[in-house]
Design a protein around this ligand. Sequence first.
Ligand code: SAM
Length: 318
Amino acid sequence: MTENNEKNNSQGLRVLSLFDGISCGRVALDKANIPVSEYNAFEIEENAIKISRYNYPDIKRYGDVFSTDFKDFNGVDLLMGGSPCQFWSKAKCNKTAKLKREIDTEGEGWKLFQKFVEAKNNTNPKYFLYENNYGMADEIQDAISEELGVQPIMIDSQLLSAQRRKRLYWTNIPNITLPDDKGLLVKDVICDDPDLVKYFDDRIRNTMIKCENYIKYDLGGKGHYSQQDRLYFLDKKAPTVPRCRTETKFNVWLGGEKYKKTCPLEIERLQTLPDNYTEFGMDESGNVKAMPKTRRFEAIGNGWTVDVIAHIFSFMKF
Ligand SMILES: C[S@@+](CC[C@H](N)C(=O)[O-])C[C@H]1O[C@@H](n2cnc3c(N)ncnc32)[C@H](O)[C@@H]1O
């Protein structure tokens, strides 16, 4: 253990977080009861930063990962990050993803990941955690394992939340086992809001088909393909929270001809964030404002399932 680590472990961890988003990693450390003495975050998206700042005004913020070589953070206890996955993901859900999916170690996705590698090499962290999408090309997955010197662990968030979400975690935290299944279901996250309750119209009534995990229908008359034209069941799992337009992609069947649109609070619960974590944002001058619903959906969908990260961190030893 370095002198730095010894000094800081008595008061809490010195953390370096790349691609920090809304700081789900920090929430996870809190949930795992791991004290933090210094949390350094690199993030560029203004709305995510505002949400994080409102919840954690003490975080030191540095902006763009391309602005540094990270040598100033030598000897941190924990380095973590999940670089943007849309370049490698099969999901087509935003403008960036409309670019061709990258399937090898060229391109934007790899450049961003290389900043994590640089941070690891230049800070010599006691522990590191790198996260990314399960659906990436094998060539990229193998290349990441080669660079980081460990094989990934796949954890599906559905073990600890009501959401199916398969993610890969590369870490040197030893002896991690899969968490026990908590058996959480859609009904465990749903909130009671009459304004979000809707009723079938003829387009749903005339085209609906009951499948194993949802009812599908065809609003556009183009076939039953759209993820928006689905109603999920209260006693089953929710789909993976996407990073955009979540509102239209998680409708829940309430029985009979009733269904429900979702809201940010439910999506926070699917990611096991504290209730209303994303409700407010704070700007650099300390002004607090309510965050628009669309921004909340985007920030939450981009984030980590907090309880999965807390589970991984619970295996760190100091
Ligand atoms: C998959 S998300 C990570 C979310 C995060 N784990 C959380 O807890 O919310 C990737 C993040 O990387 C950020 N990002 C993209 N390019 C960046 C850059 N050059 N420097 C810093 N952050 C960047 C994005 O804005 C996004 O919030």
